[in-house]
Design a protein around this ligand. Structure first.
Ligand code: ADP
Ligand code: ASP
Ligand code: MG
Length: 444
Protein backbone atom coordinates (compact mmCIF):
# COMPACT_ATOMS: atom_id res chain seq x y z
CA UNK A 1 0.00 0.00 0.00
CA UNK A 2 1.58 3.35 -1.03
CA UNK A 3 0.35 5.34 1.90
CA UNK A 4 1.57 8.56 3.46
CA UNK A 5 1.28 9.72 7.04
CA UNK A 6 0.74 13.47 7.41
CA UNK A 7 0.99 15.01 10.88
CA UNK A 8 -0.37 18.50 11.49
CA UNK A 9 0.81 20.38 14.60
CA UNK A 10 -1.34 22.67 16.74
CA UNK A 11 -0.71 25.85 14.72
CA UNK A 12 -1.67 23.99 11.53
CA UNK A 13 -5.19 23.38 12.88
CA UNK A 14 -5.47 26.45 15.11
CA UNK A 15 -8.51 28.01 13.35
CA UNK A 16 -10.79 27.72 10.34
CA UNK A 17 -8.32 29.32 7.91
CA UNK A 18 -5.56 26.95 9.04
CA UNK A 19 -7.88 23.94 8.67
CA UNK A 20 -8.72 25.07 5.14
CA UNK A 21 -5.00 25.01 4.36
CA UNK A 22 -4.82 21.51 5.78
CA UNK A 23 -7.72 20.49 3.58
CA UNK A 24 -6.04 21.81 0.44
CA UNK A 25 -2.91 19.82 1.34
CA UNK A 26 -4.76 16.53 1.85
CA UNK A 27 -7.22 16.98 -1.01
CA UNK A 28 -5.67 14.58 -3.55
CA UNK A 29 -5.85 10.91 -4.47
CA UNK A 30 -2.83 9.71 -2.55
CA UNK A 31 -3.91 7.31 0.23
CA UNK A 32 -3.06 8.85 3.58
CA UNK A 33 -3.50 8.76 7.32
CA UNK A 34 -3.72 12.24 8.82
CA UNK A 35 -2.56 12.60 12.42
CA UNK A 36 -3.59 15.86 14.05
CA UNK A 37 -2.73 17.74 17.24
CA UNK A 38 -5.25 19.75 19.22
CA UNK A 39 -5.81 23.36 18.08
CA UNK A 40 -2.86 25.37 19.35
CA UNK A 41 -3.24 26.46 23.00
CA UNK A 42 -6.05 24.00 23.72
CA UNK A 43 -3.96 21.34 25.48
CA UNK A 44 -2.68 24.04 27.85
CA UNK A 45 -6.23 25.34 28.34
CA UNK A 46 -7.48 21.83 29.17
CA UNK A 47 -4.72 21.38 31.74
CA UNK A 48 -5.62 24.73 33.35
CA UNK A 49 -9.28 23.70 33.30
CA UNK A 50 -8.49 20.49 35.16
CA UNK A 51 -6.47 22.39 37.78
CA UNK A 52 -9.32 24.86 38.36
CA UNK A 53 -11.77 21.96 38.72
CA UNK A 54 -9.60 20.00 41.15
CA UNK A 55 -8.93 23.18 43.20
CA UNK A 56 -12.65 24.06 43.26
CA UNK A 57 -11.99 27.42 41.58
CA UNK A 58 -15.48 27.27 40.20
CA UNK A 59 -15.67 30.58 38.32
CA UNK A 60 -12.31 30.12 36.66
CA UNK A 61 -13.30 26.58 35.76
CA UNK A 62 -16.47 27.72 33.95
CA UNK A 63 -14.57 30.57 32.25
CA UNK A 64 -12.02 28.08 30.89
CA UNK A 65 -14.78 25.71 29.77
CA UNK A 66 -16.37 28.62 27.88
CA UNK A 67 -13.05 29.59 26.33
CA UNK A 68 -12.52 26.04 25.04
CA UNK A 69 -16.12 25.74 23.86
CA UNK A 70 -16.15 29.15 22.14
CA UNK A 71 -12.89 28.43 20.37
CA UNK A 72 -14.20 25.25 18.75
CA UNK A 73 -17.64 26.66 18.04
CA UNK A 74 -16.04 29.59 16.23
CA UNK A 75 -13.96 27.21 14.09
CA UNK A 76 -17.12 25.25 13.26
CA UNK A 77 -19.09 28.42 12.48
CA UNK A 78 -16.34 29.78 10.24
CA UNK A 79 -15.93 26.49 8.40
CA UNK A 80 -19.52 25.28 8.05
CA UNK A 81 -21.58 28.47 8.20
CA UNK A 82 -23.43 27.96 4.95
CA UNK A 83 -23.01 24.22 4.70
CA UNK A 84 -25.69 21.54 5.04
CA UNK A 85 -23.49 19.79 7.53
CA UNK A 86 -23.46 22.62 10.08
CA UNK A 87 -26.15 21.03 12.30
CA UNK A 88 -24.62 17.59 12.10
CA UNK A 89 -21.10 18.67 13.04
CA UNK A 90 -22.35 21.01 15.78
CA UNK A 91 -24.47 18.21 17.27
CA UNK A 92 -21.53 15.82 17.32
CA UNK A 93 -19.26 18.49 18.79
CA UNK A 94 -21.79 19.37 21.51
CA UNK A 95 -22.09 15.71 22.44
CA UNK A 96 -18.31 15.48 22.89
CA UNK A 97 -18.11 18.80 24.72
CA UNK A 98 -20.86 17.75 27.14
CA UNK A 99 -18.92 14.57 27.89
CA UNK A 100 -15.93 16.73 28.82
CA UNK A 101 -18.08 19.08 30.88
CA UNK A 102 -19.65 16.22 32.84
CA UNK A 103 -16.25 14.74 33.53
CA UNK A 104 -14.86 18.11 34.68
CA UNK A 105 -17.84 18.65 36.96
CA UNK A 106 -17.24 15.27 38.56
CA UNK A 107 -13.60 16.22 39.20
CA UNK A 108 -14.82 19.49 40.72
CA UNK A 109 -17.17 17.49 42.96
CA UNK A 110 -14.48 14.99 43.99
CA UNK A 111 -11.92 17.74 44.41
CA UNK A 112 -9.17 15.52 43.10
CA UNK A 113 -6.74 15.35 40.20
CA UNK A 114 -4.95 12.16 39.12
CA UNK A 115 -2.59 11.36 36.24
CA UNK A 116 -5.42 9.29 34.79
CA UNK A 117 -7.74 12.31 34.83
CA UNK A 118 -5.09 14.52 33.16
CA UNK A 119 -4.94 12.14 30.20
CA UNK A 120 -8.71 11.86 29.96
CA UNK A 121 -9.17 15.65 29.97
CA UNK A 122 -6.37 16.59 27.56
CA UNK A 123 -7.45 13.92 25.07
CA UNK A 124 -10.48 16.06 24.19
CA UNK A 125 -8.21 18.60 22.45
CA UNK A 126 -7.28 16.11 19.74
CA UNK A 127 -10.77 14.57 19.68
CA UNK A 128 -12.36 17.98 18.96
CA UNK A 129 -9.84 19.07 16.30
CA UNK A 130 -9.97 15.79 14.37
CA UNK A 131 -13.76 15.64 14.52
CA UNK A 132 -13.99 19.10 12.94
CA UNK A 133 -11.38 18.31 10.30
CA UNK A 134 -13.08 15.02 9.44
CA UNK A 135 -16.50 16.63 8.93
CA UNK A 136 -14.91 19.47 6.96
CA UNK A 137 -13.40 16.99 4.48
CA UNK A 138 -16.80 15.34 4.06
CA UNK A 139 -18.52 18.72 3.59
CA UNK A 140 -16.03 19.42 0.79
CA UNK A 141 -16.96 16.18 -0.96
CA UNK A 142 -13.96 14.12 0.19
CA UNK A 143 -14.78 10.90 1.96
CA UNK A 144 -12.90 10.41 5.20
CA UNK A 145 -12.74 7.93 8.07
CA UNK A 146 -12.49 9.27 11.63
CA UNK A 147 -10.25 6.81 13.43
CA UNK A 148 -10.33 6.77 17.21
CA UNK A 149 -6.68 6.47 18.29
CA UNK A 150 -7.86 5.08 21.64
CA UNK A 151 -8.95 1.97 19.76
CA UNK A 152 -5.55 1.13 18.27
CA UNK A 153 -2.73 3.07 20.01
CA UNK A 154 -2.49 0.50 22.82
CA UNK A 155 -0.20 1.44 25.68
CA UNK A 156 0.73 0.51 29.22
CA UNK A 157 -0.94 2.40 32.08
CA UNK A 158 1.88 4.88 32.62
CA UNK A 159 -0.49 7.85 32.45
CA UNK A 160 0.86 11.13 30.95
CA UNK A 161 3.78 9.34 29.29
CA UNK A 162 2.54 5.92 28.29
CA UNK A 163 4.61 3.38 26.35
CA UNK A 164 3.15 1.91 23.20
CA UNK A 165 2.73 -1.83 22.71
CA UNK A 166 3.78 -1.83 19.10
CA UNK A 167 2.70 -5.23 17.80
CA UNK A 168 -0.72 -5.08 19.42
CA UNK A 169 -1.25 -1.52 18.15
CA UNK A 170 -0.18 -2.47 14.67
CA UNK A 171 -2.75 -5.28 14.45
CA UNK A 172 -5.49 -3.12 16.02
CA UNK A 173 -4.76 -0.37 13.47
CA UNK A 174 -4.98 -2.88 10.66
CA UNK A 175 -8.35 -4.09 12.05
CA UNK A 176 -9.62 -0.52 12.16
CA UNK A 177 -8.45 0.20 8.61
CA UNK A 178 -10.04 -3.02 7.32
CA UNK A 179 -13.31 -2.45 9.21
CA UNK A 180 -13.59 1.04 7.74
CA UNK A 181 -12.57 -0.06 4.22
CA UNK A 182 -9.61 2.30 4.17
CA UNK A 183 -8.34 0.68 0.96
CA UNK A 184 -11.38 2.08 -0.84
CA UNK A 185 -11.71 5.43 0.92
CA UNK A 186 -8.03 6.36 1.09
CA UNK A 187 -8.25 9.02 3.81
CA UNK A 188 -8.26 8.42 7.58
CA UNK A 189 -8.06 11.19 10.15
CA UNK A 190 -6.87 10.36 13.63
CA UNK A 191 -5.53 11.96 16.80
CA UNK A 192 -1.89 12.30 17.68
CA UNK A 193 -0.72 12.09 21.30
CA UNK A 194 -3.51 9.87 22.68
CA UNK A 195 -4.13 6.15 23.10
CA UNK A 196 -5.53 3.77 25.69
CA UNK A 197 -4.29 1.05 27.99
CA UNK A 198 -5.40 -2.57 28.06
CA UNK A 199 -8.46 -1.62 30.18
CA UNK A 200 -9.35 0.94 27.46
CA UNK A 201 -8.63 3.87 29.78
CA UNK A 202 -7.33 6.92 27.91
CA UNK A 203 -3.56 7.49 28.02
CA UNK A 204 -1.19 9.99 26.38
CA UNK A 205 2.34 9.67 25.03
CA UNK A 206 3.65 12.87 26.69
CA UNK A 207 3.58 16.55 25.68
CA UNK A 208 4.38 17.13 22.03
CA UNK A 209 3.58 13.44 21.46
CA UNK A 210 1.85 13.81 18.11
CA UNK A 211 5.16 13.60 16.22
CA UNK A 212 5.72 10.29 18.02
CA UNK A 213 2.23 9.05 17.08
CA UNK A 214 2.88 9.88 13.43
CA UNK A 215 6.20 8.11 13.45
CA UNK A 216 4.72 5.00 15.10
CA UNK A 217 1.75 4.90 12.74
CA UNK A 218 4.12 5.35 9.80
CA UNK A 219 6.11 2.35 10.99
CA UNK A 220 2.93 0.28 11.56
CA UNK A 221 1.72 0.71 7.99
CA UNK A 222 5.23 0.91 6.50
CA UNK A 223 4.37 4.30 5.01
CA UNK A 224 6.21 5.59 1.96
CA UNK A 225 6.88 8.87 3.74
CA UNK A 226 5.97 10.73 6.91
CA UNK A 227 5.28 14.43 6.59
CA UNK A 228 5.41 16.66 9.66
CA UNK A 229 3.45 19.82 8.79
CA UNK A 230 4.19 22.84 10.97
CA UNK A 231 4.28 26.65 10.78
CA UNK A 232 7.78 27.22 9.34
CA UNK A 233 9.47 26.13 6.07
CA UNK A 234 11.01 22.94 7.50
CA UNK A 235 14.06 22.77 9.70
CA UNK A 236 15.77 26.13 9.46
CA UNK A 237 19.40 27.20 9.72
CA UNK A 238 18.58 28.96 13.03
CA UNK A 239 15.69 29.66 15.36
CA UNK A 240 13.52 32.06 13.30
CA UNK A 241 12.32 33.78 16.46
CA UNK A 242 15.88 34.91 17.21
CA UNK A 243 17.76 35.13 13.91
CA UNK A 244 16.60 37.02 10.82
CA UNK A 245 16.82 35.30 7.44
CA UNK A 246 17.03 31.78 8.79
CA UNK A 247 16.67 29.56 5.71
CA UNK A 248 15.43 26.02 5.07
CA UNK A 249 17.90 23.14 5.16
CA UNK A 250 16.76 20.93 2.24
CA UNK A 251 18.20 17.65 3.53
CA UNK A 252 19.49 16.58 6.91
CA UNK A 253 20.71 13.36 8.40
CA UNK A 254 18.79 12.00 11.34
CA UNK A 255 21.80 12.18 13.70
CA UNK A 256 22.26 15.82 12.86
CA UNK A 257 18.61 16.63 13.62
CA UNK A 258 19.01 14.79 16.88
CA UNK A 259 22.00 16.95 17.82
CA UNK A 260 20.24 20.13 16.81
CA UNK A 261 17.33 19.27 19.07
CA UNK A 262 19.63 18.16 21.88
CA UNK A 263 21.17 21.64 21.92
CA UNK A 264 17.74 23.19 22.15
CA UNK A 265 16.14 23.72 18.72
CA UNK A 266 12.42 23.52 19.38
CA UNK A 267 11.13 22.07 16.17
CA UNK A 268 11.02 18.30 16.59
CA UNK A 269 11.68 15.82 19.35
CA UNK A 270 13.93 13.63 17.21
CA UNK A 271 13.82 10.52 19.38
CA UNK A 272 10.15 10.47 18.47
CA UNK A 273 11.16 9.97 14.84
CA UNK A 274 13.28 6.92 15.65
CA UNK A 275 10.63 4.27 14.87
CA UNK A 276 10.27 5.65 11.34
CA UNK A 277 13.99 6.17 10.79
CA UNK A 278 14.76 2.60 11.93
CA UNK A 279 12.34 1.40 9.31
CA UNK A 280 14.07 3.56 6.66
CA UNK A 281 11.00 5.76 6.11
CA UNK A 282 11.94 9.29 4.94
CA UNK A 283 10.52 12.15 7.01
CA UNK A 284 9.71 15.55 5.60
CA UNK A 285 9.12 18.71 7.62
CA UNK A 286 6.83 21.07 5.70
CA UNK A 287 4.99 24.38 6.17
CA UNK A 288 1.17 24.20 6.23
CA UNK A 289 1.06 27.92 5.41
CA UNK A 290 3.52 27.64 2.51
CA UNK A 291 3.01 24.15 1.10
CA UNK A 292 4.93 24.83 -2.12
CA UNK A 293 8.13 25.18 -0.17
CA UNK A 294 10.15 21.95 -0.45
CA UNK A 295 10.75 21.82 3.35
CA UNK A 296 13.35 19.54 4.90
CA UNK A 297 13.83 15.85 4.19
CA UNK A 298 15.36 13.81 7.02
CA UNK A 299 17.22 10.69 5.94
CA UNK A 300 19.46 8.17 7.68
CA UNK A 301 22.33 9.12 5.37
CA UNK A 302 22.73 11.80 2.72
CA UNK A 303 24.71 10.63 -0.29
CA UNK A 304 26.21 14.04 -1.16
CA UNK A 305 29.59 14.30 0.62
CA UNK A 306 30.37 17.98 0.02
CA UNK A 307 31.49 20.03 3.01
CA UNK A 308 28.86 22.36 4.38
CA UNK A 309 27.30 23.97 7.41
CA UNK A 310 23.59 23.52 8.10
CA UNK A 311 22.36 25.11 11.26
CA UNK A 312 23.18 26.93 14.45
CA UNK A 313 21.56 26.75 17.85
CA UNK A 314 22.60 28.20 21.19
CA UNK A 315 21.85 27.53 24.79
CA UNK A 316 22.69 28.97 28.16
CA UNK A 317 24.64 26.81 30.59
CA UNK A 318 26.86 26.87 33.67
CA UNK A 319 30.34 25.38 33.57
CA UNK A 320 31.45 23.48 36.67
CA UNK A 321 35.19 22.74 36.89
CA UNK A 322 36.79 20.08 39.06
CA UNK A 323 40.60 20.01 39.51
CA UNK A 324 42.04 16.51 38.98
CA UNK A 325 45.80 17.24 38.95
CA UNK A 326 46.35 15.78 42.42
CA UNK A 327 44.19 12.71 41.83
CA UNK A 328 45.89 9.36 41.06
CA UNK A 329 43.22 7.79 38.89
CA UNK A 330 41.61 10.72 37.12
CA UNK A 331 39.23 8.53 35.08
CA UNK A 332 37.78 6.89 38.21
CA UNK A 333 37.44 10.26 39.94
CA UNK A 334 35.66 11.78 36.92
CA UNK A 335 33.22 8.86 36.83
CA UNK A 336 32.46 9.59 40.48
CA UNK A 337 31.99 13.31 39.76
CA UNK A 338 29.61 12.62 36.88
CA UNK A 339 27.20 11.01 39.30
CA UNK A 340 26.49 14.42 40.82
CA UNK A 341 24.83 15.24 37.52
CA UNK A 342 22.59 12.16 37.24
CA UNK A 343 19.40 14.20 37.58
CA UNK A 344 20.52 17.26 35.58
CA UNK A 345 20.79 18.01 31.92
CA UNK A 346 24.45 17.83 30.95
CA UNK A 347 25.28 19.24 27.51
CA UNK A 348 29.00 18.63 27.28
CA UNK A 349 31.92 17.33 29.34
CA UNK A 350 35.65 17.56 28.94
CA UNK A 351 38.13 15.47 30.93
CA UNK A 352 41.90 15.91 30.86
CA UNK A 353 44.35 14.82 33.58
CA UNK A 354 44.42 18.37 34.87
CA UNK A 355 40.68 18.72 35.40
CA UNK A 356 37.16 17.99 34.40
CA UNK A 357 34.63 20.52 33.07
CA UNK A 358 30.89 19.92 32.90
CA UNK A 359 28.53 22.22 31.01
CA UNK A 360 25.17 21.83 32.66
CA UNK A 361 21.72 23.33 32.71
CA UNK A 362 21.53 26.75 34.43
CA UNK A 363 19.14 25.29 37.04
CA UNK A 364 21.90 23.05 38.42
CA UNK A 365 22.71 24.06 41.98
CA UNK A 366 26.15 22.61 42.88
CA UNK A 367 25.80 23.35 46.62
CA UNK A 368 22.83 21.01 46.78
CA UNK A 369 24.49 17.96 45.25
CA UNK A 370 28.29 18.17 45.34
CA UNK A 371 29.88 16.76 48.51
CA UNK A 372 31.75 19.22 50.74
CA UNK A 373 35.02 17.33 50.28
CA UNK A 374 35.00 17.84 46.49
CA UNK A 375 36.69 20.95 45.11
CA UNK A 376 34.99 22.74 42.27
CA UNK A 377 34.56 26.16 40.67
CA UNK A 378 31.37 27.41 39.11
CA UNK A 379 31.22 29.70 36.06
CA UNK A 380 27.80 31.13 35.27
CA UNK A 381 26.64 32.84 32.05
CA UNK A 382 28.26 30.42 29.64
CA UNK A 383 26.75 30.21 26.19
CA UNK A 384 27.16 27.03 24.16
CA UNK A 385 26.67 27.45 20.42
CA UNK A 386 26.30 24.26 18.38
CA UNK A 387 26.82 24.33 14.62
CA UNK A 388 25.78 21.24 12.67
CA UNK A 389 26.70 20.29 9.12
CA UNK A 390 28.32 17.63 6.99
CA UNK A 391 32.07 17.03 6.51
CA UNK A 392 32.92 20.23 8.36
CA UNK A 393 36.52 20.67 7.14
CA UNK A 394 39.41 22.95 8.13
CA UNK A 395 38.36 25.65 5.70
CA UNK A 396 34.92 25.86 7.32
CA UNK A 397 36.52 25.81 10.78
CA UNK A 398 38.75 28.75 9.74
CA UNK A 399 35.71 30.72 8.59
CA UNK A 400 33.99 30.04 11.92
CA UNK A 401 37.11 31.05 13.84
CA UNK A 402 37.24 34.39 11.99
CA UNK A 403 33.79 35.24 13.37
CA UNK A 404 34.98 34.59 16.92
CA UNK A 405 37.73 37.22 16.99
CA UNK A 406 36.83 39.84 19.65
CA UNK A 407 33.91 37.70 20.82
CA UNK A 408 35.11 36.01 24.06
CA UNK A 409 34.29 32.81 22.23
CA UNK A 410 36.23 29.77 21.03
CA UNK A 411 35.64 26.37 19.50
CA UNK A 412 35.81 23.72 22.22
CA UNK A 413 34.82 20.64 20.25
CA UNK A 414 34.69 19.23 16.71
CA UNK A 415 33.02 15.82 16.44
CA UNK A 416 34.89 12.89 14.91
CA UNK A 417 32.13 12.54 12.34
CA UNK A 418 32.67 16.22 11.39
CA UNK A 419 29.01 17.01 11.76
CA UNK A 420 29.13 19.13 14.93
CA UNK A 421 31.17 22.06 16.19
CA UNK A 422 30.66 23.44 19.68
CA UNK A 423 31.65 26.99 20.58
CA UNK A 424 31.82 28.31 24.11
CA UNK A 425 31.07 31.96 24.63
CA UNK A 426 31.46 33.74 27.94
CA UNK A 427 28.44 35.96 27.56
CA UNK A 428 24.73 35.29 27.22
CA UNK A 429 22.56 35.82 24.16
CA UNK A 430 24.96 37.31 21.66
CA UNK A 431 22.44 37.60 18.85
CA UNK A 432 25.03 39.33 16.67
CA UNK A 433 27.28 36.23 16.64
CA UNK A 434 24.33 33.93 15.88
CA UNK A 435 23.32 36.24 13.06
CA UNK A 436 26.86 36.16 11.62
CA UNK A 437 27.05 32.37 11.88
CA UNK A 438 23.71 32.15 10.07
CA UNK A 439 25.12 34.35 7.27
CA UNK A 440 28.19 32.13 7.04
CA UNK A 441 25.93 29.05 6.78
CA UNK A 442 24.08 30.73 3.93
CA UNK A 443 27.30 31.47 2.01
CA UNK A 444 28.78 27.98 2.43
P1 ADP B 1 3.91 22.24 15.95
O1 ADP B 1 2.82 22.96 16.67
O2 ADP B 1 3.66 22.16 14.48
O3 ADP B 1 4.25 20.91 16.57
P2 ADP B 1 6.23 23.49 17.23
O4 ADP B 1 5.87 24.80 17.83
O5 ADP B 1 6.40 22.30 18.14
O6 ADP B 1 5.23 23.17 16.04
O7 ADP B 1 7.64 23.66 16.44
C1 ADP B 1 7.76 24.61 15.40
C2 ADP B 1 8.47 25.85 15.90
O8 ADP B 1 9.84 25.55 16.24
C3 ADP B 1 8.60 26.95 14.85
O9 ADP B 1 7.47 27.78 14.86
C4 ADP B 1 9.88 27.68 15.23
O10 ADP B 1 9.58 28.92 15.84
C5 ADP B 1 10.57 26.79 16.25
N1 ADP B 1 11.99 26.55 15.91
C6 ADP B 1 13.05 26.71 16.75
N2 ADP B 1 14.21 26.42 16.14
C7 ADP B 1 13.90 26.05 14.88
C8 ADP B 1 14.67 25.61 13.75
N3 ADP B 1 16.02 25.49 13.78
N4 ADP B 1 14.01 25.31 12.62
C9 ADP B 1 12.65 25.40 12.56
N5 ADP B 1 11.88 25.80 13.58
C10 ADP B 1 12.47 26.12 14.74
N1 ASP C 1 -1.53 18.54 21.88
C1 ASP C 1 -0.40 17.90 22.54
C2 ASP C 1 0.48 18.95 23.20
O1 ASP C 1 0.21 20.14 23.08
C3 ASP C 1 0.38 17.01 21.63
C4 ASP C 1 1.03 17.67 20.44
O2 ASP C 1 0.62 18.75 20.02
O3 ASP C 1 1.97 17.07 19.89
O4 ASP C 1 1.42 18.58 23.87
MG1 MG D 1 5.61 20.17 18.17
Amino acid sequence: MNTLVLKFGGTSVKDAAAMQNVFSIINNDIPKIVVSSACSGITDALLALLNFAADKQTNLMYEKLDFIDNHHKKVIEDLFNSSDMYNQVMARYNELFNELKKYIESIHFLNEKTLKSIDKVVSYGEIFSTTILHFYCISQGINSIWLDARKFMKTDSNFTSANLQFDLSKSELQNQLDENIFDEIGLAITQGFIGSDLQNTTTTLGRGGSDYSASLIGKMINADEIQIWTDVDGILSADPRIVQDAHTIPQMEFNEVRQLAFFGAKVLHPSTLLPAIEQGIPIKVMNTFNPDNQGTTILTTIQDDSARLHSVVYLQTKRIEFPLASVNNFAAKSAEILQYFTYSKVYFTNIIPEGMSVWVDTKFNPRQVISDSTNFQEFAQINLIAITGKNINNELIDSINKLLIDKLASIIFISNRKNLVIIEQIEYKDIDLLQKINELIKQK
